[in-house]
Design a protein around this ligand. Structure first.
Ligand code: ADP
Ligand code: FRU
Length: 293
């Protein structure tokens, strides 16, 4: 069991399942509607909890009705919330998800109106309590400062950063990090001018040359995931061959949890990729995260 601090947002996900993805300006009826707690770092935390670790979440919570649901869900999984910053009068981040039953794809419209976790709140955390620190690549300036504090206070504690969206200066979060987890969306937007790019190898190799001290990983949906280690060796794991993909919302967050879990166990990168694709694949066969491991 390891103690893991995750820094990022929690969301309320409103998920409409449809038979097929609608045309623009169409009207369709959802076959089901669900409301769930989401957010990348929190999703990763609830999977890590199920893998036997003790996670603490550092993020902001509003004080509206949705925040009660968010808090209750995280409490169900045993995620520690001592470091949470409550924003009075805030509005919980809400994600409107259209889940296509035909292929499990998820299309998301985000509404965000809650301040990000502050550096001042982060400075209150005793980082010596943790074996691993995981950050969402958002709120870039403050997150960079948090990473620097971690480097200064607990240099031996590994740090991972998820680089998901191409935000301004987000690459500044890569420096000094042991494990970088990129999304396909980020790799594709990163200025590698191969329009046919069907894998992230060139992107990962470029990243590895820039930050040779880190391992660089990018998941690629139904094609699995690629990684490049500190020696520049490229590794690939195929995705699971699934008879039916039910729900891919949070597959990447599950993948990240499994990577952290396998890294904590000291597995070589090839095994980490294999196990992470397996767990993320299992997640795709079910709604949500409950009973995943
Ligand atoms: P995200 O949820 O961040 O968009 P991905 O779509 O890359 O992340 O999915 C993460 C992992 O989930 C993939 O590496 C793969 O192992 C698994 N996965 C996603 N979609 C599928 C699928 N259609 N079939 C099998 N595995 C999948
Ligand atoms: C899935 C997810 C959802 C949330 C959104 C936030 O990866 O974390 O739960 O709505 O992404 O970006």
């Amino acid at each position: 069991m390891a103690r893991v601090l995750v820094v990022g947002i929690a969301t309320l996900d409103i998920i409409n399942t449809v038979d097929d993805y609608p045309e623009e300006d169409a009207e369709v009826r959802a076959s089901t509607q669900a409301m769930r707690r989401g957010g990348n770092a929190c999703n990763t935390a609830v999977v890590l909890q199920q893998l036997g670790h003790q996670c603490s979440w550092a993020g902001t919570l509003a004080d509206d009705a949705s925040s009660v649901m968010i808090r209750d869900d995280l409490a169900t999984y045993g995620v520690n919330m001592d470091a949470v910053q409550v924003v009075a009068g805030g509005h919980s981040p809400t994600s409107y998800v259209t889940l296509n039953q035909r292929n499990g794809s998820r299309t998301i419209v985000h509404y965000r109106d809650l301040p990000e976790y502050s550096l001042a709140a982060f400075q209150q955390i005793d980082l010596t309590d943790f074996d691993w620190l995981h950050f969402e690549g958002r709120n870039v300036e403050q997150t960079r400062a948090m990473l620097d504090i971690a480097q200064h206070q607990v240099p031996a504690v590994p740090r991972s950063v998820e680089i998901e969206k191409p935000r301004k200066a987000v690459e500044s979060l890569c420096e000094g990090t042991k494990l970088l987890l990129y999304s396909r969306n980020y790799a594709q937007s990163h200025g590698i001018t191969n329009n046919e790019m069907s894998n992230p190898v060139a992107f990962l190799q470029t990243q590895q040359q820039t930050i040779p001290t880190a391992e660089h990983i990018c998941s690629w949906a139904g094609q699995g995931a690629w990684g490049v280690d500190q020696q520049g060796k490229v590794l690939h794991s195929p995705a699971m061959d699934l008879p039916c993909v039910v729900d891919t919302l949070g597959a990447g967050d599950t993948f990240n949890a499994a990577i952290i879990h396998t890294k904590l166990a000291g597995l070589p990168l090839a095994d980490c990729l294999r196990d992470a694709c397996q767990l993320a694949g299992q997640k795709c066969t079910r709604q949500g995260f409950q009973g995943l491991c």
